[in-house]
Design a protein around this ligand. Structure first.
Ligand SMILES: Nc1ncnc2c1ncn2[C@@H]1O[C@H](COP(=O)(O)OP(=O)(O)O)[C@@H](O)[C@H]1O
Ligand SMILES: Nc1ccn([C@@H]2O[C@H](COP(=O)(O)O)[C@@H](O)[C@H]2O)c(=O)n1
Length: 201
């Protein structure tokens, strides 16, 4: 099994890169773990308490569960990946049966910040877009897809997202084997990643 970690700040284009890689590889050979699926269970908190959580800090993520799931997949065991709701700020209680595949991708803002998880990756990719570009993309996406408004996104950006990005996410760029710039669509980088994956398979 080849395990690829894809990190980068919110809105940099990680999901887009994952989908581009998926399109380039044979169906059924690639599986994905989304870091967002592994936000800690917050069922014990009220909605008003949940919206105050700092979702850009590593302690908001259940890294132990990601690592355990990745180990199971490596041992050829399927796992139940939790489903997360950005609207409820909590796990939904559902899970997606995720089977081991030749290539497993782990995607998320903080996946290179946890040493145990980081050490499990054969290839580490950091997707980069300038912070103004990421903020614009995040604003559009969160309003359209995640039930947010302008004030919520800008307030979260100033209070937690930007400082956490500078403290925990940007520094993990140094661990990357490949940095993909996505201020524009970058088909050359995707071709290179596809070639590397095919080479290793
Ligand atoms: N290279 C790019 N150029 C322009 N827009 C992009 C690019 N990559 C992603 N986007 C757009 O930016 C938004 C956030 O991208 P996404 O892949 O969801 O980022 P992430 O998963 O890193 O948060 C999406 O609406 C997506 O269509
Ligand atoms: N309930 C939540 C949980 C997380 N977020 C934000 O999601 C971002 C990470 O996801 P990307 O797809 O953008 O990589 C992160 O920056 C959190 O602030 C949220 O808004 N609500």
């Amino acid at each position: 099994m080849l395990i690829i970690g894809i990190a980068g700040g919110t809105g940099c284009g990680k999901t887009t890169v994952v989908n581009q890689i998926l399109n380039e590889l044979p169906e059924g050979e690639v599986g994905i773990l989304w870091q967002d699926s592994y936000y800690k269970d917050t069922s014990h908190l009220s909605y008003d308490e949940r919206i105050k959580i700092n979702f850009d800090h590593p302690r908001s993520i259940d890294f132990d569960l990601i690592v355990a799931h990745l180990k199971d997949l490596k041992n050829n065991k399927p796992i139940e990946q939790p489903v997360y709701s950005f609207v409820k700020h909590n796990r939904t209680g559902d899970a997606i049966l995720t089977h081991p595949r030749k290539v497993m991708i782990v995607e998320g803002i903080l996946i290179l910040a946890n040493p145990e998880l980081r050490d499990m990756f054969d290839i580490k990719i950091f997707v980069h877009a300038d912070s103004d570009e990421r903020l614009i993309r995040r604003l559009k996406r969160d309003i359209k897809e995640r039930g947010r408004d302008l004030d919520e996104v800008l307030n979260r950006y100033q209070t937690t997202l930007k400082p956490m990005h500078n403290q925990f996410i940007e520094p993990t760029k140094e661990y990357a084997d490949i940095i993909i710039p996505t201020n524009k669509h970058n088909t050359v980088a995707i071709d290179i990643v596809r070639t590397i994956i095919n080479d290793k398979l």
